[in-house]
Design a protein around this ligand. Structure first.
Ligand code: ADP
Ligand code: ASP
Ligand code: MG
Length: 465
């Protein structure tokens, strides 16, 4: 069997979803399990309705929900012609709208929004969309079965960033989904959402439907996991930032992990983790250009051990650099230990770290409210904070042993002020932090250096260096 995941970009409207249905029907022989994200922008709308209601304005929150509900009904109208099927969906969706409205009223009264309630509200996006995909497949004559992720995706209770309890998920899938696949039915379920042992909806973090697909793929020993999106595969950079990007034909699990961990939106960073252990390949493919072969992610290509190659450049547009030194230069190990204990107790996601003999600097997400943690770090010594920075991560294979690599990076960035550089830990990446104002310029320069400036057409391999 295979897992086919369709993101919000592939389910933007009825025409896009009709195309998704068609793609699924061409893969029936491979026994797909279908994982669906919310339709484009639905999760943003749900979050916004919750925040608006919690600020006291329930009626504005309801307006957002009414529009979202109408978007889904319009898709049902366009895709489901069987009367009983359409009426059933419309009844289910009215129920969803009613439940959501009740939740919003509660928020407006309490004026408080917990991550638990936010997860409950966001769960509806995937529930709406997966219902339409299941019904749409039935319209095409496919024996599709809608499966509630609540019936198998057991997670911890870390609302907003829950993690699966793999053993339980594996046995639940064997009980709930495997028999359907065996009978050649097509299960359609939701990405992103899970459930606690006490039955509350959780979510695994924004963009995590990719992760859901890989959890299911790993737990069911899938032949491969397909991530269908709106680009030809993993590209040499985000096409919204850089002209003339190329498609990367192959990446190793570790390279794809580095790339997504350092900001490339195309895959959720956790996606590779369950698959790596089982060596299950991932294909990233374009739902608008089905004929394309996409990017294959699996084990490193042995030839890459000899020929180094930059494959892609990702970025995070908003990071803060924090730098500190100990008040007394006595024992640097105790200093580092103290600093990291504070950071881990505060749950801060530190991305890039550099040290000198007595100073440490690291990046945190710019959106993180560091006001509580800075005073605790100041107990060790003076802290300097550099906001409004951006990080660029150059990812490829064999970078550490490649003599010209660093020279080419710094040559391309000549004249750009760099705040922090990290290189050498894995041989798979170099991270450079620059002023946020310089991000686009730096990205375009690096891309030109490693991939040239001509705008290619068709499918391109990344050139070897
Ligand atoms: P989906 O809704 O299918 O999950 P996303 O919007 O989450 O789609 O991810 C696809 C988007 O990721 C692309 O449209 C592209 O703009 C962005 N992206 C960022 N970096 C890259 C990259 N290196 N390769 C491909 N796409 C990228
Ligand atoms: N719908 C969720 C989000 O927008 C999950 C996903 O799309 O992967 O974050
Ligand atoms: Mg995504």
């Amino acid at each position: 069997m295979i897992v086919m995941k369709f993101g919000g970009t592939s389910n933007r409207d009825a025409a896009a979803m009709a195309n998704v249905l068609r793609i699924i029907t061409t893969h029936l022989a491979e026994r797909p399990v279908v994982v669906v994200s919310a339709i484009a922008d639905a999760t943003n709308d749900l979050e916004e309705s919750a925040r608006t209601a919690a600020s006291g304005d329930a009626s504005r929150g309801e307006e957002i929900l009414t529009r979202l509900h109408a978007r889904h009904l319009a898709m049902v109208d366009a895709l489901v012609s069987d009367k009983a099927r359409a009426e059933n969906l419309s009844r289910v969706f009215s129920g969803y709208l009613k439940e959501l409205t009740t939740l919003l009223h509660g928020l407006a009264i309490l004026r408080e929004l917990t991550s638990r309630t936010m997860d409950a509200i966001c769960s509806y996006g995937e529930r709406f969309s997966s219902r339409i995909v299941a019904a749409g497949l039935q319209e095409c004559g496919v024996d599709a079965v809608w499966v509630d992720a609540k019936d198998f995706m057991l997670t911890d209770g870390n609302f907003g960033k829950a993690l699966p309890v793999m053993e339980a998920v594996r046995s639940n899938l064997a009980r709930v989904i495997a028999p359907l696949v065996k009978q050649r039915q097509v299960p359609v379920t939701q990405g992103f959402i899970g459930v606690t042992s006490s039955g509350a909806y959780t979510t695994m973090g924004r963009e995590s439907s990719d992760f859901s697909a890989s959890i299911i793929g790993a737990a069911m020993d899938a032949e491969r996991v397909q991530i269908w999106t709106d680009v030809d595969g993993i590209l040499t950079a985000d096409p919204r930032m850089v002209p003339g990007v190329r498609k990367v034909r192959h990446m190793s699990f570790d390279e794809a992990f580095e790339l997504s961990y350092f900001g490339a939106k195309v895959l959720h960073p956790n996606t590779m983790l369950p698959l790596l252990e089982k060596n299950i390949p991932v294909e990233v493919r374009n739902s608008r250009r089905e004929e394309g072969t996409g990017t294959l992610i699996d084990q490193p290509d042995p030839s890459e051990a000899v020929a180094p190659a930059v494959k892609s450049i990702s970025f995070s547009a908003d990071v803060t650099v924090v730098s500190l030194s100990p008040r007394k230069r006595t024992n640097q190990y105790l200093f580092w230990d103290g600093v990291f204990s504070v950071l881990s107790r505060s749950g801060i996601d530190v991305r890039t770290v550099t040290t000198s003999e007595y100073r440490i600097a690291f990046t945190i997400a710019g959106s993180y409210d560091s006001s509580a943690v800075i005073p605790r770090l100041e107990e060790f010594g003076p802290v300097t904070v550099f906001p409004e920075q951006a990080s660029l991560c150059i990812v490829g294979s064999g970078l550490r042993g490649w003599k010209e690599f660093a020279g080419r990076v710094f040559g391309a960035l000549a004249g750009v002020k760099t705040a922090l550089i990290a290189y050498g830990a894995s041989g798979l990446n170099m991270t450079v932090v620059v002023d946020r104002r310089d991000l686009e310029d730096a990205l375009v320069r690096l891309h030109r250096e490693f991939f040239g400036s001509s705008t290619p057409s068709g499918e391109f391999d990344v050139p070897r260096n």
